[in-house]
Design a protein around this ligand. Structure first.
Ligand code: EPZ
Length: 419
């Protein structure tokens, strides 16, 4: 397992943002809805997209992936089983369920298990496709769904924690080929969901209201192939905002979409930085003393749970006490103990963390537990006095493209040690 060795550094310069991982995965699953070829640009070359390629190949797709362009052709459409061996490494593969069911009338997708960021049920996914007329059973660890012909329905998709990104995506992809009209109420509004709907429309689907909590779908007979660009990764862009704040460095972030980052940009201004936006680029100039702030993670357009850890890392260096409320994954706090090993002063109580800002963090050996926690530890490592070793960086490789090269180009002293 590789590790990163990081020394305190200040950052400077310009970083280019890769395509969004969380938009790319559903786009790839959507190719199961057509027999024609799809070509996608700006797909990040990360472990999760590689895993999705393997799953699609098992399901009978032929795939070429060069220079961030993905060409997906249907080879043999009879595959409908997404095996546990692959699904267990990436829960997002569960979003093959909706398109397989819609196109082939059956799907057998491994039931995702536990996850280090806390319980991640799939009840809303199942409720949605059942309301479209599918019969669903859970057998031997698999979710097996069947329907001769899906029928449009009025589906309420709100859960205990609000909307669900991948449940909305699964139900949307099932509904595009269903007979009649489907209304998805309490749909997730994340840019990745909106982007998927735009792709489906380009493939011939009839969808209105994407990007809002009420999506209306009128089923069509078939979808076509198409060529489509991916959106920039808003979480990667904001990870570099957090790095700029933690290290008090002036950075320019390019090839991003600042309009997907409004909540983050507002918070960054409150923490104490000037942000200048010019189309798809923006620059951040932090002030010397960071202000403590309160953060509540919420579904889009609220502050994303996928940035809670990275912003916690920079609030460890703020001038006072910050309160973080995690409203999406109340147990997503594995990074707290690791940041405390670096001299941070964070107390967790249920879904809350109280972060008492300190003058400095001190390098230590720390363990990455999940994708975003790893990014937080890299940020803390670059900001901390001395040497930090981040172990198990395979987590970060799941979703950040060339992360150490990007940090290195900005002046960070970071080295990957192969183990
Ligand atoms: C997506 O996961 C993202 N993954 C996650 O990013 C992200 O943290 C999450 O959305 C929230 O923004 C991808 O897009 C591939 P949810 P998803 O269903 O869709 C509860 C990362 O680091 N819920 O929107 O699986 C759930 O437990 C990853 O890139 C149910 O109760 O998340 C949570 O509390 C990690 N029942 C809330 O809804 C369900 O059936 C929102 O989760 C489904 C979800």
């Amino acid at each position: 397992m590789d590790k990163f060795i990081i020394h305190k550094s200040s950052l400077k310069g310009e970083v280019s943002i890769s395509g969004s991982k969380n938009a790319a995965l559903p786009m790839m699953a959507a190719t199961l809805l057509t027999d024609q070829t799809c070509v996608f640009h700006n797909i990040p070359d990360v472990m999760d997209t590689r895993t999705m390629i393997k799953i699609l190949e098992v399901l009978g797709q032929r795939i070429q992936f060069d220079n961030n362009t993905l060409v997906i052709r249907a080879k043999n459409k009879s595959g409908y089983v997404a095996p546990y061996k692959l699904v267990s490494t990436m829960r997002a593969s569960f979003c093959c369920l909706g398109p397989l069911l819609a196109k082939q009338g059956k799907a057998k997708v491994a039931f995702p298990g536990g996850c280090v960021i806390g319980p991640r049920p799939v009840d809303l996914h199942i409720k949605g496709i059942e309301e479209l007329g599918a019969k669903v059973v859970i057998e031997e660890g698999y979710c097996i769904a069947q329907a001769h012909k899906l029928k449009g329905a009025h589906i309420y998709l709100g859960g205990v924690f609000g909307s669900s990104v991948l449940a909305t995506i699964n139900v949307l992809m099932a509904a595009v080929l269903a007979e009649g009209q489907t209304i998805i109420e309490y749909a997730a509004c994340e840019p990745e969901v909106e982007h998927l709907a735009l792709l489906l429309k380009k493939m011939g689907a009839d969808i209105e209201g994407e990007g809002t909590p009420l999506i209306r779908v009128t089923g069509v007979k078939e979808l076509m192939g198409c060529e489509f660009n991916n959106i920039p990764d808003r979480i990667e862009a904001a990870t570099f905002i957090a790095a700029s704040l933690a290290t008090n460095s002036f950075l320019r972030i390019k090839d991003a979409n600042p309009f997907h980052l409004t909540s983050v940009i507002e918070l960054t201004k409150n923490i104490g930085a000037q942000i200048n936006i010019e189309n798809s680029s923006f620059s951040i100039k932090p002030k010397n003393n960071l202000n403590p702030v309160n953060i509540t993670t919420l579904p889009y357009p609220g502050f994303p749970t996928d940035l809670q850890a990275q912003f916690m890392a920079c609030l460890c260096l703020a001038n006072g006490i910050s309160l973080i409320a995690e409203k999406i994954y109340p147990d997503r706090f594995m990074h707290v103990a690791e940041l405390n090993r670096m001299g941070a002063h964070i107390q967790r109580s249920g879904p809350y963390a109280i972060v008492e800002g300190k003058k400095e963090l001190v390098g230590a050996e720390v363990m990455a537990s999940d994708l975003r926690a790893s990014a937080a530890l890299v940020i803390a490592g670059v900001a901390a006095r001395g040497k930090t070793e981040v172990l198990r960086v395979y987590h970060i490789d799941r979703g950040y493209e060339h992360i150490e090269e990007k940090f290195e180009k900005l002046g960070a002293k970071i080295e990957r040690q192969k183990q």
